[in-house]
Design a protein around this ligand. Structure first.
Ligand code: C5P
Length: 230
């Protein structure tokens, strides 16, 4: 039976997965790469749907794949699938357009972070609910970071204590994300970046090792080992 979402929840989760060259089948995009026989998008949506506050999930798919993605996700959770745009930012804006005004909190998630636990989705949402306009989950940077110049010659060592690795979901008050997108000029800026440009604070909360981005072959091996850890 398809799990139901919380009809009284105050959170919508947007998953832009409409990148160029996106196609169902082998050799396709990151979001549809298989992990233990299922596309990353399916793993990601299953965990989003298990988060208690989530009322709506919106996936942006390539226009030609909307129906296929709808069929793929129908057994996983009730998901609204919309056609994405030319840039990621436009895909997020198109997904945001179908979120009802009375949903107070909007999260933007990445399907490649397929093992993101429901508890992280809830903690980002809770921080927004607590009054913050924009919230991002982060991890400390553990490696030493060098700035390099021409010829890979080291110019200096960066103070990593002020650096963070950013994960998703990124969380926003609905009105804040809508205003940031309405004012957006640079299509390459991420959602939190748009809010930063609007002059509002973006606050970090602790991320999760499980929210790692699954892109390289090594990540798939790690993810398979972590599949049952939540
Ligand atoms: O191509 P890139 O790695 O920047 O894409 C990041 C994410 O944004 C991917 O999940 C991709 O599917 C999504 N995207 C989108 N619409 C676009 C381009 C990218 O939803 N037009």
């Amino acid at each position: 039976m398809t799990p139901q979402l919380n009809a009284r929840g105050d959170v919508a989760v947007l998953v832009p997965a409409a990148g160029a060259g996106v196609r169902l089948g082998p050799g396709g995009p990151k979001a549809l790469r298989l992990l233990a026989g299922e596309p990353l998008l399916v793993h990601a949506i299953r965990r989003v749907a298990a988060a208690a506050s989530v009322r709506q999930i919106v996936v942006a798919a390539p226009a030609a794949d909307v129906e296929a993605v709808r069929l793929l996700l129908a057994p996983v959770a009730p998901v609204t699938v919309v056609a994405g745009g030319a840039e990621r930012q436009e895909s997020v804006a198109l997904a945001l357009a179908v979120v009802p005004a009375d949903v107070a909190i909007v999260l933007v998630h990445d399907a490649a972070r397929a093992l993101t636990p429901p508890s992280l989705i809830e903690s980002v949402a809770a921080a927004v609910r607590g009054g913050l306009p924009a919230v991002i989950p982060v991890l400390p940077v553990v490696d030493t970071i060098k700035e390099v110049g021409p010829g890979e010659v080291v110019l200096g060592t960066v103070d990593r204590s002020v650096l963070r690795s950013v994960q998703t979901p990124q969380g926003f008050r609905h009105t804040v994300l809508a205003a940031a997108h309405a004012a957006a000029g640079d299509p390459l800026t991420d959602d939190a970046g748009l809010v930063e440009k609007a002059g509002l604070p973006v606050t970090c909360v602790p991320g999760s090792d499980l929210a790692m981005k699954i892109t390289r072959p090594l990540d798939l091996i790690l993810a398979e080992a972590l599949l049952h850890v939540t």
